[in-house]
Design a protein around this ligand. Structure first.
Ligand code: NAP
Length: 355
């Protein structure tokens, strides 16, 4: 026994982040060195007697893992802002702390969120495929070919253009508000959002911040579905938001509205969305996340829909952001193991300790 605290890192998260852990003389780093997901069996074997484990999105932090670690486990650090893969009541019960990586990824995900809204509304999925398949000559320019709804305000030069544009946010946290910040430049006039608690103060703050907005209103899911020209799903994943957008929601949306999901695949019922697109209940969808990812084959009902633009979960995938997430996760685990304040810690106090 070295007398040092063992920290298990289940993926190579870059030299800069690993250096932060290795620099601490009181920590023994056990690393899965391959650039692949560590096998579960390796994790369960190596976590025995560990003080901390650094995981990435999707690795289940369950009773099996906590039991394998034993009573030494003090901290779990996830390199993600979402933590639905972590059994939070279990960690609370065992007084294990949970670090995560909010903020550093907000801007990168907001960029992709806006990009997907425009890609979907402007038929980029379908039209890009035409170019890539060498079929451009079969679809020469014509006045209304490939037209879609415009997600910006045109100004007085075009009397046919819309004068109001409503953005709806299911969940109005960091990424949602950074998305709105970008949309202000495109002339969004009205905002609807949902939240778990009364957020009238938030509405006023947003109105004060963006004087060009006509209204900012907390709404029910139904009101938001019916009133929005573009709906952004930006809640956490997990049981509470499972199929938040399903048939009922989609049927209430405007027929020329766009749905964007950059949160978690489970928030949107894929079968219902495929049906909505096929039967034209809504205009299009932009998705960075899909239920059951990454096992999404070419014959998946959504992949087959020409008006679904699907990206393989690249919301936070800028080099700067991923380094920022990895280093934050590394600093979190070091602080957690040493019993110090973490840069970003999930508040687990709402789960009553039963120990
Ligand atoms: P955040 O600041 O915590 O925002 C989430 C918001 O959703 C909070 O305001 C929360 O309100 C609200 N909320 C929670 N449950 C809700 C419900 N049932 N109905 C309505 N609103 C609800 O988190 P964030 O940093 O913006 O991230 C949002 C999510 O984006 C993450 O949880 C993650 O799943 C996803 N994400 C995806 C990517 C990607 O690569 N595509 C990258 C990063 C994050 P309360 O204050 O009431 O909790």
């Amino acid at each position: 026994m070295s007398g040092k605290s063992k920290v298990v890192v289940i993926r190579h998260i870059g030299d800069e982040a690993l250096g932060i852990i290795q620099a601490n003389p009181n920590i023994d780093l056990v690393l899965w060195k391959e650039d692949t997901q560590a096998p579960r069996s390796w994790i369960l074997e190596n976590i025995k007697g560990a003080s901390g484990i650094l995981v990435v999105m999707g690795e289940p932090v369950t009773r099996e893992l906590v039991d394998a670690a034993g009573p030494s486990l003090k901290v779990v650090s996830t390199m993600s802002v979402g933590y639905e893969h972590v059994d939070q009541p279990l960690l609370a019960q065992h007084k294990i702390r949970l670090g995560f990586t909010p903020d550093v990824l907000t801007e990168a995900v907001a960029d992709i969120t806006v990009m997907l809204a425009f890609m979907a509304s402007r038929n980029v999925g379908e039209t890009l495929a035409i170019v890539q398949e060498g079929k451009w000559s079969t679809v020469p320019w014509s006045p209304f070919l490939f037209t879609g709804p415009q997600l910006s305000i045109s100004g007085p030069s075009n009397p046919s253009a819309r004068t109001r544009l409503t953005a709806g946010f299911l969940g109005f946290g960091r990424i949602a508000q950074a998305t709105l910040h970008r949309l202000i430049a495109f002339g969004v006039t009205d905002v609807l959002f949902t939240a778990r608690s009364d957020s009238s103060k938030v509405s006023q703050e947003i109105l004060d911040k963006y004087p060009t907005l006509h209204s900012v209103k907390q709404a029910s899911n139904d009101e938001l579905a019916a009133g929005s020209d573009v709906v952004f799903v930006l809640t956490p994943g997990g049981k509470e938001t499972y199929h938040l957008v399903g048939e009922e929601f989609l049927k209430k949306m405007k027929s020329n509205a766009v749905l964007v999901n950059t949160a978690r695949g489970t928030c949107v019922d894929s079968d219902a969305l495929a049906k909505a697109l096929k039967e034209k209940w809504i205009w299009a969808a932009g998705l960075d996340v899909v239920e059951g990812e990454p096992n999404i084959s070419a014959d998946h009902p959504l992949v087959k829909e020409p008006r679904a633009v699907i990206l393989p979960h690249i919301g936070s995938a800028t080099t700067e952001t991923r380094v920022g997430m990895a280093t934050r996760a590394a600093r979190n685990i070091v602080a957690g193991v040493l019993g110090e304040k973490m840069e970003a810690e999930v508040d687990l106090s709402r789960f009553k300790s039963t120990v």
